[in-house]
Write a protein that binds this ligand. Structure first.
Ligand SMILES: [Fe+2]
Ligand SMILES: [Fe+2]
Length: 311
């Protein structure tokens, strides 16, 4: 099947527009509402921060670590949304003179990611006010976007769908049910989740459309690109997990033994790999969509690449 033969599901795009219009929110009016972050509460829940595995930390130290991770969590979204917005604008070109409903859905998607980036910049500034100096977010949005966008569209859309899906899984499974989180922090991800739900559907449709254009050889090279993208994400996570551990060790107010520091470093990296890689690739919907596009041998190739990262 080539691009022109691929059927565009106008109704599904229309449904995304309808929901997007209905749930549309404003950063100040709906999300922040003049509030500040409550630093007496956790940010990232234990289910994704894994700080409950660090039994040598006192409760207030675990809370601090969840705030460090929660700060990075917001920054990671602001980071990836730079490349996502650019990519979605790029793929929208194929609907410019075609299905105007699909085009509108992708324009809204891009507009929402621009708003999310602004939201996460605001969040970083507000969190910075309430935490000691010295935090650094290592990756630069345009550097990462440049590297990601150098890969083929199939791989970039696959990575993007995986991100949109883990965003939803984290919110539903861990953030929403946790009663001990900063209310503002929780609301940020409630509102973000609401818009991401449509993004995942649009990503899926654009990924399927792109997939229909590729022949077997192109798809095999696209799988290689996807594997390289995941490896690049892992490189970022290694850097940031180390930076966040160093920051925590500087600000937590006491020193730890060598074995404890080691456990802290390992747990941080493990948590980040789960947050940004494992929870997405193991998502049932992602597995089903990816599995429907590639061969068993290609699936095994991806599994082998993920093995050491998710061990
Ligand atoms: Fe977003
Ligand atoms: Fe999104």
């Amino acid at each position: 099947m080539n691009a022109t033969q691929h059927q565009i599901d106008t109704k599904r795009y229309a449904k995304c527009i309808e929901v997007s219009k209905r749930i549309r929110w404003d950063i100040d009016r709906d999300v922040i509402r003049g509030r500040k972050f409550d630093f007496s509460k956790k940010f990232l829940p234990d289910g994704i921060s894994q700080v409950d595995r660090l039994d040598f930390l006192k409760p207030d130290e675990r809370r601090l670590l969840s705030q460090v991770q929660g700060r990075t969590y917001a920054n990671i979204f602001g980071l990836v949304e730079r490349y996502i917005g650019a990519k979605i604008l790029e793929v929208s070109r194929e609907h410019w003179l075609g299905d105007q409903v699909a085009l509108e859905a992708l324009v809204r998607f891009t507009d929402e990611e621009l708003k999310h980036q602004e939201l996460f910049r605001r969040i970083e500034a507000m969190v910075a006010e309430g935490m000691p100096a010295g935090y650094s977010f290592m990756p630069k949005p345009n550097d990462v976007a440049g590297a990601v966008l150098s890969k083929c569209t199939w791989a970039v859309l696959g990575l993007t769908l995986h991100i949109e899906l883990f965003t939803q899984a984290h919110y539903r499974q861990s953030i929403e049910p946790d009663r001990d989180l900063s209310e503002l922090w929780k609301d940020v991800f409630l509102f973000h989740w609401k818009e991401e739900s449509q993004h995942a559907i649009l990503d899926e449709m654009e990924w399927q459309r792109e997939n229909a254009k590729l022949d077997a050889g192109q798809r095999d090279r696209a799988v290689t690109d996807l594997i390289e993208l995941v490896a690049a994400v892992d490189g970022i996570l290694q850097l940031q997990a180390a930076a966040d551990t160093d920051y925590f060790l500087r600000i937590c107010g006491r020193s730890f033994g060598k074995a404890e520091v080691e456990k802290l470093r390992n747990t941080m990296l493990k948590a980040y790999r789960w947050q940004y890689i494992g929870s997405g690739v193991q998502d049932e919907r992602f597995q089903k969509i990816l599995g429907g596009m590639i061969t068993d041998a290609q699936m095994q190739r991806i599994g082998a690449a993920l093995g050491p990262i998710l061990a």
